[in-house]
Design a protein around this ligand. Structure first.
Ligand SMILES: Nc1ncnc2c1ncn2[C@@H]1O[C@H](COP(=O)(O)OP(=O)(O)OP(=O)(O)O)[C@@H](O)[C@H]1O
Ligand SMILES: [Mg+2]
Length: 318
């Protein structure tokens, strides 16, 4: 039997008459990465705050590291680390001082605190910066320091609330490496993110939060299977060629502005070959052809729609 690091049942939370969490269930096995996705304001941070005992739920129950969040919040806190959406780094003091402060909070001896701080600063590539005020750090360095501080107490479960928001692609990939390394050490990671690609990369299981409820939950592959398949998109430079092609091809979705046609397709080699044969037979010569397989963005839009933004042409080259 796999043990659950986090098990939540019918968690509810409202602010005034706004229902933020309308009874959510979560099950996160030990040593896995669980990602909670959802649009702005969906309640991701609220869920993190409840599970990490920073705020209380209005209803429902949850066990974190085997301890009841309501009955035994101290035991929960001793087992977890939380890196909030907004940095806990104090900019006025150095990176090292921030680390030592955390060590103090965890009641480590001076000596042990110094050892742990030095080790984590090394591990997160912050040795050179350690003696500089944290306010001089780049966003990526601050985020690394934030996580290093979270790890001072050697937590077995960590909550990362949007750890890569605002980071450049290289820093984001660094953060992914850090998270993978934590997981290979057996740590359970509860991750919220706006980046579907990030959940796709890291998470064993993903839940999509929308309208106070878990709209879908599963592996990335399972979620992608929930929504209709991909398509091949043909792009035309010449409006006349576009019109001819649109007339020749049936079952396509037209975009008269972008001069593109979408042909439903799973994107397999066989399907592509038959589409190409079919285009040749219809004497259609597209200026660009891209294959679009459903990704988590599609799942996200399908589950959290209808969006309040107007339909946007979707990027198909990834
Ligand atoms: N202390 C509070 N008082 C009143 N409303 C709150 C409070 N905290 C959160 N909310 C509301 O609860 C809802 C969920 O907020 P939450 O911060 O959990 O969303 P989120 O999914 O983390 O969003 P984001 O992606 O923007 O971080 C929002 O409508 C927010 O305005
Ligand atoms: Mg949030």
């Amino acid at each position: 039997m796999t043990h659950l690091a986090i098990a939540a049942n019918a968690l509810r939370k409202s602010y005034g008459d706004k229902v933020v969490l309308d009874g959510i269930d979560l099950a996160v096995p030990e040593g896995t990465v669980f990602s909670l996705l959802g649009p702005n304001g969906a309640g991701k941070t609220t869920a993190v705050k409840i599970l990490s005992t920073l705020i209380t739920a209005d209803g429902g129950r949850a066990l974190v590291a085997g301890h009841d969040i309501a009955a035994d919040p101290q035991a929960v806190r001793a087992a977890i680390g939380v890196t909030g959406q907004f940095s806990a780094v104090d900019g006025l003091i150095t990176g090292e001082e921030n680390m030592l402060l955390m060590a103090d909070l965890h009641h480590l001896s001076r000596r042990e605190g110094r050892r742990v701080a030095a080790e984590l600063l090394e591990r997160f590539d912050l040795v050179e910066a350690a003696k500089k005020p944290a306010s001089t750090y780049s966003g990526g360095m601050k985020r690394r320091l934030d996580i290093a501080m979270t790890l001072v107490g050697n937590p077995r479960i960590i909550f990362l609330d949007e750890p890569t928001t605002g980071l450049d692609p290289r820093s984001r990939h660094n953060m992914w490496q850090i998270i993978r390394a934590l997981v290979s050490d057996g740590v359970t990671v509860f991750l919220t993110t706006q980046y579907l690609e990030e959940a796709d990369e890291l998470a064993d299981r993903i839940a999509v939060l929308n309208d106070g409820k878990i709209a879908a939950e599963g592996t990335a592959a399972e979620l992608k299977r929930l929504i209709p398949g991909g398509h091949v998109q043909l792009r035309f430079d010449d409006p006349a060629a576009y019109e001819r092609a649109a007339g020749a091809l049936h079952e396509t979705v037209r975009d008269d502005q972008a001069l593109t046609l979408q042909i439903p397709s799973g994107g397999t080699q066989g399907e592509l070959r038959s589409i190409l044969d079919w285009l040749d037979a219809a004497d259609v010569h597209a200026d660009g052809l891209t294959v679009h397989t459903p990704d988590l963005d599609d799942v996200f839009f399908a589950l959290t729609g209808p969006a309040d933004v107007p339909d946007q042409p979707k990027e198909t080259v990834r």
